[in-house]
Each structure stands twice: as structure tokens, then as C-alpha cells.
Write a protein that binds this ligand. Structure first.
Ligand SMILES: [Zn+2]
Length: 537
């Protein structure tokens, strides 16, 4: 047999139980046809040979929780990619506003809470930069947004407006809105802004896909697929512009009931070769930094005493048990967002309720984020076949942890955060994802934190006992996430017969240097080179 492509000259991580590494891979059309000496043999006749020059190649990464359409769109709108503090953020907003005089609204995203006092920027400051039009700019994690006076006025938000049940309006001493909106309160303003069209989302998705391919990501689970985002996927899949292999998690509307199942079932039918909407996203709580993550014990106040506030269950736990049993019975996968220890427990309880009612299933329910996990719940993942979906980048001592988390949850719960090694050692499967645009989509930075529990060299490690072995982390980001996507028969590892999806790195970070400095030199999907950076060959 003739090979179209042979990759050789370094090590190739297989992420396959048959062995950790092979020396070369031969590809014919879109599949892997030989490994090791057999593949080497085919190099002489191959149409193309990539010489790794000692670098490492891995299976293409699979990001198990990412938002490419909206994050790609953010990159096309007002953003803070070139800003690093509040002052440069104002400059970025001013420049975007001046450059887009005809836009009726200034929409943007991506400010970190650490740039502003208490994580809450004020409307007055935004009014100075955007005085004439409504402006609504969400923060990096999307759980908070910054509105100017015009936007608050259009939404009719005054001191008399009550907080919605799933969110909070940040207020001044007199009760009037301060300018920051948390969680469900964002919708009060957002619903007045022009909605993203399918054209917008299509442009965003293409930009987002470019970003993912650049980091060696060849497949992903889109963590919020609305009907329009689904339309955008099907459009680009229809004329072969969708390169990644995608599972979509359709948004569960928590303000509606079980009747929405009919729409989800109908939407699941609308698929393409590289896009299937077979998962449902259930958002169980908010985030710790604004005290909306659902906790078993209350948050602490400035004085270190209990505030009595235990966060918010976006979906009532009894109702959640019903919903998950129902979705499981309809063969949907549940993709949970759970940050607080009560949020995680609610997810596990709901999976347990589904197992009790429906028996075992192959739906592969997975829980994303897993920030605060009560030690009693760690062993339940394996027994319930609940899959851990880790976002390892967050497990470091950044400002979010030291300033906005540690004082408000106390020392014991601080140590319960992101217990990835404990989870993996108790035997559940683990996948990984970035949650881009909340965080970077750069897999190498994520793996760096997973194995060192630091992001910068001057940080104290964040619970080093929870650091992962590098091969375990790489396996989670490939084979583990492929399993979440029900795609392990074809992708996620290097074996004869599998699709030729590969990430080629510019060095071997297992031998030299760190993951953080490592770049992706080339990305291959189905035997085709779809991204080339500082390529080796
Ligand atoms: Zn997310």
C-alpha cells in the first residue's frame, strides 16, 4: 500500500492502551494504515513525509467544553486581547466605539474581574467612553456584564427593579444599579440588544475554528449550542468548511419544562458527518467569584464569618433529578456545568436518580468545571460512571483564587478545589477542555497547569498533590475527551484503522522544556494538514 503521508523522526504519543509511543505513523487517505517500522518502510514511497526532528506528536486534541461560535464572534467585536488593565480596557472600548459609528449597540466581551474594584466596573466609567449609545460588555467568564446608563435605561432597570431569581443587579448604596450585572440579571439588558444572527454566528464559528486548529484541536464538544449556532454548524458542514469533528450540547432552557424534549429530539435529527447534537447542557450554578456557585455551606464574609448565602441552584434539585432521568431515557448525554460542591453533588444525585430509574446507559453523562468537590463525592464518579470534564487551567493561584475565592470559602474548601488527581486515581474517566472564551484555547498552557498546578513561575503551586502525570493529562485531552464525544472508535488515539487526526508539536515537552513554551507546529485532520505554524517539515 502507498502512504499519502508519513510522520516520523520523533515520538508519537498513542494514548492507546497498546503502548505509550510509536516512532512513526503512515496515513493513506484519511486513515492511519501503519505504525512504527511498517510505517517507516512506507516513507520512501510516500507523497509527503513530515520529519518531527525529535519533537512529539499526539492524537489531535479534543476540547470537551468550548464555545467557538460566540468566542470567535467576540474576537470580531469589542474585545480586550491587547489590554492588560482597566486603563487599556477603556482605550480598547473607545477605539472600537470610534471605529464603529453606525452600530446601534456596543457589544463586547472579555474583561477579567481582577481589573476592577470588587470585580465590578461601574456604569459611570463606561458612560465616559460610550455616552451616546447603549453598551453591554460581558466579562471573561460570561457570568457578569458591564452596562452603561443608556443600556440600563433601555432595560428600565432602576432602584425599584427586583433581582431576577437567577441573578443579581449590583447596586449603589441607594439601591440604584451600579453598572455590573450578575448571571440571570444580564438577560434584563441583553434581551433588548440586537440578537446575533446566523450570519454573525457563522462568521464567529469560522474564526473560532481557526483558533482551535491553531492549538492542535481537531474535535470538540460545543458547550452551548442554540438553534442558531446549530444552523451555523450545519451551514459550514454543508459545504465542507467544518474541519473539526463536533458534538453539540444543546442548551436546556431552565425557564421551561420537560415539553422542550420534543424540540431537542427534532434537533438531534439535524446532523452532518462532522456535527451531531447529541448532548444537552444543564447549567446548575454560577461561579464562586460572585457567590452564585451552589455551595453546601455558606460563603464567608469579610470578617470570616458565615454570610448565610449558599449560592444559587439554577435548577431545583428535585426537578433536576426528573430532567436528567428523562433526558437519559431519551438517550441524550447530559453535560453539566457544576462549580460549587452542592452543584457537583446535585449533578451526581441526578445521575444516580437516572441510573436507579433507567438502569445503566451508554449516554456518558459528564460534569464540567468541578471546582469545589466535597471529598465524600469523589468516589461516586466511578460508581455512577459519571465522567469528569476538567478545565485544568483554572487550578492555579491567580487573582481569582487569592483575592476573589480563598477569603470567601475558607481554607478547608480552598483545598477541595479541582481535585483532578484524586478523581483520576479513583478510576473515573476524565476528559479535558478549555472553556474558551472564558480561558485561552491553548492546550499546552492547560496541560502545563494540570501537571505543575502553576501558571507563572512565581506562583505557589495550587495543591501540588492534585497535579497530574503529563501522559495522563495528554490522554485525558485526547482519548478521554473522545470517549465523552462517543468518538473513541475513530479518534482520540493513534492506532491502525483510526482517522488520521494529529497534533504535531514544535518540541518534545516530555523531554525538554515545559508545556507552556511548547507550540503546535501543525494540525492534521483526516490526513490533511489544516494548520501549519513554524512547521518542522
Ligand atoms: Zn463554558
Amino acid at each position: 500500500m502507498q502512504a499519502d503521508l508519513v510522520v516520523r523522526g520523533g515520538r508519537i504519543l498513542t494514548a492507546d492502551p497498546s503502548g505509550p509511543f510509536v516512532s512513526s505513523v503512515a496515513v493513506s487517505a484519511d486513515r492511519i494504515v501503519a505504525l512504527g517500522a511498517d510505517a517507516d518502510e512506507m516513507a520512501r514511497q510516500a507523497s509527503r513525509v513530515i520529519d518531527l526532528e525529535g519533537a512529539l506528536a499526539t492524537p489531535g486534541f479534543i476540547d470537551a467544553h468550548v464555545h467557538p461560535a460566540t468566542s470567535g464572534l467576540d474576537k470580531l467585536r469589542c474585545n480586550f486581547d491587547d489590554a492588560d488593565d482597566a486603563a487599556s480596557a477603556f482605550d480598547a472600548i473607545a477605539a472600537y466605539t470610534a471605529g464603529n459609528p453606525d452600530l446601534p449597540w456596543i457589544i463586547g466581551a472579555g474583561w477579567p474581574q481582577s481589573w476592577f474594584p470588587n470585580g465590578c466596573p461601574s456604569k459611570d466609567v463606561l458612560d465616559r467612553v460610550v455616552p451616546d449609545r447603549p453598551a453591554l460588555i460581558t466579562n471573561t467568564d460570561g457570568h457578569g456584564a458591564w452596562a452603561n446608563s443608556k443600556a440600563l435605561e433601555i432595560a428600565g432597570i432602576t432602584r425599584d427593579t427586583p433581582d431576577p431569581h437567577d441573578g443579581r443587579i449590583e447596586r449603589l448604596a441607594d439601591g440604584s444599579p451600579q453598572g455590573t450585572l450578575h448571571e440571570g440579571a444580564i438577560r434584563l439588558v441583553d434581551r433588548h440588544a440586537p440578537e446575533d444572527t446566523v450570519d454573525d454566528l457563522e462568521a464567529g464559528l469560522l474564526r473560532g475554528q481557526q483558533e482551535l486548529l491553531r492549538y492542535g484541536i481537531t474535535g470538540w464538544q460545543d458547550a452551548i449550542v442554540t438553534e442558531k449556532i446549530q444552523d451555523a454548524y450545519l451551514r459550514i458542514a454543508g459545504d465542507d468548511r467544518l474541519i473539526g469533528r463536533v458534538v453539540g450540547a444543546m442548551w436546556w432552557d431552565r425557564n421551561r419544562g420537560l415539553e422542550q424534549i420534543h424540540e431537542l429530539v427534532a434537533r438531534r435529527e439535524r446532523s452532518a458527518e462532522r456535527f451531531r447534537a447529541t448532548s444537552v447542557k444543564l447549567m446548575l450554578d454560577g461561579v464562586v467569584e460572585n457567590f452564585t456557585a451552589s455551595m453546601l455551606q455558606p460563603y464567608l464574609g469579610e470578617s470570616g464569618r458565615s454570610t448565610g448565602n449558599t449560592g444559587i441552584d439554577f435548577i431545583d434539585p428535585a426537578e433536576l433529578n426528573q430532567i436528567v432521568s428523562f433526558l437519559d431515557d431519551h438517550d441524550f448525554q447530559c453535560h453539566f456545568h457544576a462549580i460549587g460542591d452542592r452543584g457537583v453533588r446535585n449533578a451526581l444525585d441526578a445521575i444516580e436518580a437516572a441510573r436507579d430509574r433507567n438502569g445503566p446507559s451508554d449516554n456518558r453523562h459528564h460534569i464540567a468545571h468541578l471546582q469545589v468537590v466535597h471529598p465524600d463525592d469523589i468516589g461516586r464518579f466511578a460508581s455512577l460512571e459519571a465522567i469528569a470534564n476538567a478545565q485544568p487551567l483554572w487550578a492555579n493561584n491567580d487573582d481569582y483564587q487569592t483575592e476573589l475565592t480563598r477569603p470567601f470559602i475558607g481554607e478547608e474548601r480552598f483545598r477541595w478545589q479541582y481535585p483532578f488527581r484524586s478523581l483520576l486515581s479513583r478510576g473515573p474517566r476524565m476528559g479535558m477542555g478549555s472553556d474558551w472564551g472564558v480561558s485561552t484555547a491553548n492546550v499546552m498552557e492547560e496541560i502545563h497547569v494540570a501537571v505543575t498546578r502553576t501558571y507563572t513561575d512565581d506562583q505557589e503551586p495550587f495543591g501540588l498533590e492534585e497535579a497530574l502525570d503529563p501522559i495522563d493529562a495528554l490522554t485525558a485531552f485526547t482519548a478521554g475527551s473522545a470517549y465523552i464525544n462517543h468518538a473513541e472508535k475513530d479518534t482520540g488515539s493513534i492506532a491502525v484503522g483510526k482517522l488520521a487526526d494529529l497534533a504535531i508539536l514544535d518540541r518534545d515537552p516530555l523531554r525538554e522544556g515545559s508545556f507552556r513554551e511548547t507550540q503546535v507546529a501543525a494540525t492534521i485532520v483526516g490526513g490533511e494538514i489544516v494548520y501549519e505554524g513554524n512547521a518542522n517539515g
